[in-house]
Design a protein around this ligand. Structure first.
Ligand code: MG
Length: 376
C-alpha cells in the first residue's frame, strides 16, 4: 500500500478558554491507496505561523511523502529530515510541518492495521490519568476566579491549572501581593484534596527573588507544581529556585523542540516534570522519544496539549504508554476544536482520562467542520 494523497488545512478559530482569542493550527490529512485516512495536527498557534507551515507543506513536503509505504514511518520521517536539514534541524516551522505529518502517519498506520495507537507504541503502562482543568482565568476578582476554579473541581476534575499573564481582566502574574492572595483564595475554594498548578508563563517577568517568595507561599498551599517561572533556557535561575524552595516541584519544557533540547534540560536536573506537545516536537515519534528520555532521568511528563482533539488524542496515547506520566490537561469550556471537530469528543470520566478506543488516534474528524474553520 502507498500514500496516495496529502491535504493541508490551516484553521483559524476563537478559543472560549482563552477569552475568545483567535488561535490557529494546521491539520494534515493523509490518504492511503485504499482510501483509509489519517489526521495530524501541528500547534502553530498564530495565523501567520499556520499559513507558513501550510505553505511549506504544499510547496514540497506533502509531494515528497506520496508513494511511500505509510507503515514505514521512520523511513518517511528520516527522508523529511534530510530534506529540511538546512532550515529545520533546530525546530521552528519545519518541526511543525513534520509534527503534523508524523501524527497523521501514526493515525493512518493504526487505521490500516485496525489497532489503537497505544498498541502501536508498545502498550499502555497506565489505564488512566487524573484530569486537570487547564484554564486561563479572565474574571476581574480573586473570589470570582476562585469560584470558577472550584466549580471545575465540583464537576469532577482532580486538578486545576491556572495560566498567569493571560487575556481578559484577571491580571495574574503582575502584582506580587495579589498573586499570593490568589493562591490562598484558590486553595481555600478548591479544598485540600484538589491538585493546583500555577503556570507563570511567557508574560510574567519575574526575577529570582520574586519567584522564590512565590514558591515559599506556594509550598505552604501545597501547589502541585510551579510551571515556567523563568524563560526555559535560564537554567541558572531554575537551579537557584530549586535549591531555595525544594518543596515545590518545577515544570518546564513546552517551548523546546528537539530531543537535544530535552536532553540538556534533563541533564541540568532542574525540573521534576517536563512538558512536550506532539504538535511541536516532531509528532508522536518525537514525543515518544522525549517521554522515554524523561523516564531515564526519573522526571515526570505532562503533555502540553491545548489545541484540537487530534492533538489531545495523540497526547493521551503517548502519555498512557509513558513510564512516568503525571496528569492530563483538558480545556474545560466547550470549544470548537475539541467538541465540534470530531464525532467523539474527549472528556474525563469520574475525573480520569482514558485512551480513546478505536483504531489509530481513536477520534473521527468531521471534514465539514474542517472546511468551516479553514483559513481563507
Ligand atoms: Mg505551560
Amino acid at each position: 500500500m502507498k500514500i496516495k494523497r496529502v491535504d493541508v488545512f490551516p484553521l483559524v478559530y476563537e478559543e472560549p478558554n482563552d477569552d475568545n482569542a483567535v488561535r490557529s493550527i494546521t491539520l494534515v490529512r493523509i490518504e492511503a491507496g485504499d482510501g483509509i485516512v489519517g489526521w495530524g495536527e501541528c500547534i502553530a498557534q498564530f495565523p501567520e505561523s499556520s499559513a507558513a507551515v501550510a505553505a511549506m507543506l504544499t510547496s514540497g513536503l506533502t509531494e515528497a511523502v506520496i508513494g511511500f509505504d505509510p507503515l514505514e514511518i521512520d523511513v518517511i520521517i528520516d527522508m523529511l529530515f534530510q530534506r529540511t536539514w538546512w532550515y529545520g534541524d533546530v525546530g521552528g516551522t519545519a518541526y511543525f510541518a513534520i509534527s503534523a505529518l508524523d501524527m497523521a502517519l501514526w493515525d493512518l498506520k493504526g487505521k490500516i492495521l485496525g489497532v489503537p495507537l497505544y498498541q502501536l507504541l508498545g502498550g499502555k503502562r497506565h489505564e488512566k490519568l487524573p484530569a486537570c482543568a487547564s484554564t486561563h482565568p479572565k474574571l476581574p476578582t480573586l473570589d470570582a476566579m476562585a469560584e470558577e476554579l472550584a466549580a471545575h473541581i465540583r464537576n469532577g476534575y482532580r486538578l486545576v491549572k491556572v495560566g498567569f499573564g493571560k487575556k481578559g481582566q484577571a491580571n495574574l502574574g503582575v502584582d506580587e501581593a495579589r498573586d499570593l492572595d490568589f493562591v490562598s483564595t484558590v486553595r481555600a475554594a478548591i479544598g485540600d484534596e484538589a491538585g493546583f498548578i500555577v503556570d507563570a508563563g511567557f508574560k510574567s517577568k519575574w526575577d529570582i527573588p520574586r519567584a522564590v517568595r512565590f514558591a515559599h507561599h506556594a509550598a505552604e498551599h501545597r501547589l502541585t507544581w510551579l510551571e515556567d517561572p523563568f524563560p526555559p533556557r535560564d537554567i541558572a535561575a531554575y537551579r537557584t529556585l530549586r535549591a531555595a524552595v525544594p518543596e515545590v516541584p518545577i515544570a518546564t519544557g513546552e517551548r523546546f523542540w528537539t530531543l537535544e533540547d530535552y536532553q540538556q534540560l534533563c541533564e541540568a536536573r532542574v525540573c521534576d516534570v517536563i512538558l512536550a506537545d506532539p504538535g511541536r516536537v516532531k509528532g508522536v515519534t518525537g514525543m515518544q522519544r522525549i517521554v522515554q528520555l524523561a523516564a531515564q532521568y526519573s522526571v515526570g511528563m505532562d503533555a502540553h496539549t491545548w489545541s484540537s482533539a487530534i492533538n489531545t488524542a495523540a497526547s493521551i496515547h503517548v502519555s498512557l504508554c509513558a513510564a512516568r506520566p503525571t496528569i492530563f490537561e483538558l480545556k474545560p469550556k466547550q470549544n470548537p476544536m475539541q467538541h465540534e471537530l470530531v464525532t467523539n469528543p474527549i472528556g474525563h470520566r469520574d475525573g480520569y482520562i482514558y485512551a480513546p478506543e478505536g483504531a489509530g488516534l481513536g477520534v473521527e474528524v468531521i471534514e465539514k467542520v474542517v472546511e468551516k474553520y479553514r483559513m481563507r
